[in-house]
Design a protein around this ligand. Structure first.
Ligand SMILES: [Fe+2]
Ligand SMILES: [Fe+2]
Length: 283
């Protein structure tokens, strides 16, 4: 079952990425890690198969690739889903809460994904990922950290973000992002996938913020979404100019890998929106 598989992958991700002690080392754990790693790569290969033909069409010269990439905002999988205007204008408080609980559970931690992706990248791209990471960290100010900001909203709305209460599509999105960021085989995929989040988040965030305002949340309570509706426009521009463009100029093969990563991320998102609409009876 997809639900069981994604739950298992989510639990394993939580376990393997948590800081612990040498006492946790055991033969069983090695065995488990090896088995799960194979399953994880298998899952990524399955996702790749869905997008490989489309990604091959992406130009591999820097200018051509950037315009192909930026065009995903208008025409990429799952873009302009009717779920979002509905959230902005119609969803009631419990519907907003269910949506946010799925999204929060499916949030793999953008900060950590950036941090894991930047390992051994060429300097210019590494610097851009560092600036982006620093923004995620509230530029050194705890109150400005993005992760805890979302955590606050989870607390205020008393959202249930337990793995077993999260639909597999949301778990799969987080698991795919984590898989790409932790495997060096998929490092360029991860740069593309993170970049497409920056590219497409502002529109979704703005709709979500409108919905939250409508159900009565204050400015400080909506801050995570208000912030991303604006800041990610700049993040996206910088990511494209300072990370994607020079990386593609150095090695055109990276364009195809980034295209695959971006399309994988968008397809995972599209499956979430379909499932959410089904849940809300919006077919
Ligand atoms: Fe952020
Ligand atoms: Fe961002």
């Amino acid at each position: 079952m997809r639900q069981d598989f994604q739950e298992a992958l989510s639990c394993w991700n939580r376990k393997r990425l948590s800081p612990t002690f040498p006492t946790a080392i055991s033969a069983e754990r090695f065995e488990d890690d090896r088995r799960m790693l194979r399953l994880e790569i298998g899952f990524l290969e399955e996702l790749r198969q869905e997008v490989i033909a489309e990604a091959r069409k992406a130009p591999t010269n820097p200018d051509g690739f950037i315009s192909w990439f930026e065009n995903l905002k208008a025409t990429g999988p799952g873009q302009h889903d009717r779920l979002f205007p509905w959230l902005a204008e119609r969803a009631d408080r419990d519907e907003m809460r269910w949506f946010l609980s799925q999204e929060a559970a499916g949030e793999a931690g953008f900060d950590d994904l950036v941090a894991m992706t930047q390992v051994k990248l060429p300097a210019r791209a590494k610097l851009e990922l560092a600036r982006n990471y620093w923004d995620e960290m509230g530029r050194g100010n705890a109150k400005g950290m993005h992760g805890p900001m979302l955590g606050q909203l989870v607390d205020i709305l008393e959202l249930d973000t337990r793995i077993e209460n999260t639909v597999w599509e949301s778990l799969a999105l987080a698991n795919a992002m984590t898989a790409m960021a932790t495997s060096r085989y998929f490092a360029w995929h991860s740069v593309g996938a993170l970049g497409v989040i920056e590219l497409t988040a502002p529109d979704r965030s703005a709709h979500t913020a409108r919905g939250l305002r409508r159900i009565g949340l204050s400015g400080s309570e909506r801050r995570y979404f208000d912030l991303h509706a604006v800041l990610d426009i700049k993040h996206s521009r910088d990511w494209n100019d300072e990370a994607i463009r020079p990386l593609v100029a150095e090695d055109p093969r990276r364009a195809t890998a980034m295209a695959e990563g971006a399309l994988i991320r968008l397809r995972c998102g599209e499956r979430c929106f379909d499932r959410y609409r089904g849940h809300f009876g919006l077919e």
